[in-house]
Write a protein that binds this ligand. Structure first.
Ligand SMILES: [Zn+2]
Length: 465
């Protein structure tokens, strides 16, 4: 039995698997990403997967970015203990094997091309729409990584040179319109507030393609084997959880996938959003603080828009990490006042209002309301979809990709995103070879990164794979 070792490194989870040439998982395991000393946990994880299994011939690693392929170093935004960490050399030393490294979104694209929605196509653009927007290109079957490994950063393609300033320093980036937090931000600014007070329901944010019956004998990265769901301990847990565990798995998948997707802060940033969001229930506290520190500004916000709206907007704004940008970019008094409130919300939250529960103001809630026809929620998805369509048409024109596969937490909205996306693409795309591009939803979900890492390793030793 020949196999490779695939490793998927994200801000919340480390995953490793032995994968054969057909994409079957021979052994797999996961560990939570520790706040420090990640390498020793990764080494233990690798040892666990290798123990008793067939010896792999090469290693493929997909890692959250940014990374530098020229030096083999990584500096994942969500893993502050790794800055210019020589991941490729460390794993090569540890295993004594040829070791390949690529970004997580690039591995997503490779995985979908190998075993997922893009199987069999010649050239593919993979897009991960989540807290940020990442991407990867597979051209004529091979990954296009670029000299430093940063090819495929489609989230920071400008679709409006006069558009809003992006966190990256650019202007009019797709991410500014179509990432989860930015769609939520825009919706809040335009009068949306989550309609329901329940904890997030599952529809419509689930992976329709996720298997519902675990436990088949031969786990496969494509999901055909139905056993590996990206959950801790991989195959084993999926089997043990059985049907009852699926809910949890799906929920977890959503989180994991969002995380895997990111260019920048996922878990931490999202937690921040939620945490602050929870505090916002303490309207009285927020209002009092506002009155103390921000004076009339807060009162005006509350008068004009009502407590709920003002507070929710603040959450989203700060959750994005764009508070400063908003001030600069928008420059109007209202924006500044909003942001000031937002910052205070954070303080209030840390002070202890965190226990309160309330509606999560996130892309999942936005998708749910869009599905129910809330006009602003619908418009937020249409706006994001249009930005994605412009980016996709531009990329297709430049690289003649034939298939586009979209994954990440926001893509789990399904038709809520894909219907307006296909309509917008039909409007935006002109040239025949662009118009025929197939836009598809990911079928691998959280497995795509591991599949791509495995494929990266296989390509290194058998370039025809
Ligand atoms: Zn940007």
């Amino acid at each position: 039995m020949t196999c490779v070792l695939a490793i998927d490194i994200g801000g919340t989870k480390l995953a490793a698997a032995l994968v054969d040439e057909a994409g079957s998982i021979l052994r797999s395991a996961t560990r939570p990403t520790p706040p420090a000393d990640v390498m020793s946990v990764l080494a233990a994880l690798i040892a666990e997967v290798l123990d008793g299994g067939p010896p792999p011939q090469a290693v493929g690693i997909g890692c959250a970015g940014p990374l530098d392929l020229a030096t083999g170093t990584v500096s994942p935004v969500n893993m502050p203990s790794w800055r210019k960490f020589p991941l490729r050399d460390e794993v090569r030393k540890l295993t004594g094997l040829p070791t390949m490294l690529a970004g997580d979104a690039q591995c997503f694209a490779l995985g979908e091309h190998w075993l997922g929605a893009g199987r069999g196509c010649s050239s593919l653009l993979g897009i991960v729409v989540s807290t940020g927007i990442g991407g990867g290109l597979v051209i004529d079957g091979a990954p296009l990584l670029g000299p430093t490994g940063n090819a495929g950063h489609v989230g920071h393609m400008s679709i409006d040179p006069y558009g809003e300033r992006c966190e990256c320093g650019g202007r009019g980036c797709v991410e500014r319109y179509a990432s989860g937090p930015n769609m939520v931000r825009w919706a809040l600014e335009n009068g949306w507030s989550p309609a329901t007070a329940a904890e997030p329901r599952q529809a419509p944010a689930l992976h329709a393609s996720e298997p519902t019956v675990p436990g088949a004998q031969q786990p496969h990265l494509s999901g055909d084997g139905r056993a590996y769901d990206g959950s801790p301990a991989g195959v084993g847990v999926a089997g043990r959880n059985g049907g009852a565990g699926r809910d949890g798995s799906v929920e977890r998948d959503g989180v994991v996938e969002r995380d895997a997707a990111l260019d920048r802060g996922s878990a931490a940033e999202r937690d921040g959003t939620v945490g602050r969001g929870r505090t916002a229930e303490g309207d009285g506290i927020v209002g009092r603080d506002g009155a103390t520190e921000g004076g009339g500004a807060v009162e005006r916000d509350r008068t004009t828009e009502g407590d709920g709206a003002a507070v929710r907007r603040d959450r989203a704004t700060e959750g994005d990490g764009i508070v400063e940008r908003d001030r600069t970019a928008e420059g109007d008094g209202a924006a500044v006042r909003r942001d000031e409130v937002a910052e205070r919300d954070g303080v209030v939250g840390r002070d202890g209002a965190v226990e309160r529960t309330e509606v999560k103001v996130d892309a999942r809630a936005l998708a749910r309301d869009a599905a129910e026809g809330h006009p602003v929620a619908v418009a937020a998805f249409e706006r994001g979809a249009r930005a994605l369509a412009g980016m996709i048409a531009s990329t297709a024109a430049a690289a003649e990709v034939t298939t586009v596969v979209i994954g990440g937490g926001v893509s789990a909205a399904g038709d809520i995103l894909f219907d307006p996306l296909r309509r917008a693409f039909d409007d935006v795309a002109g040239l025949d070879f662009v118009r025929v591009v197939q836009v598809k939803q990911s079928t691998l979900g959280v497995r795509a990164g591991l599949a791509g890492a495995a494929n990266l390793a296989w390509q290194a030793i058998r370039p025809s794979s």
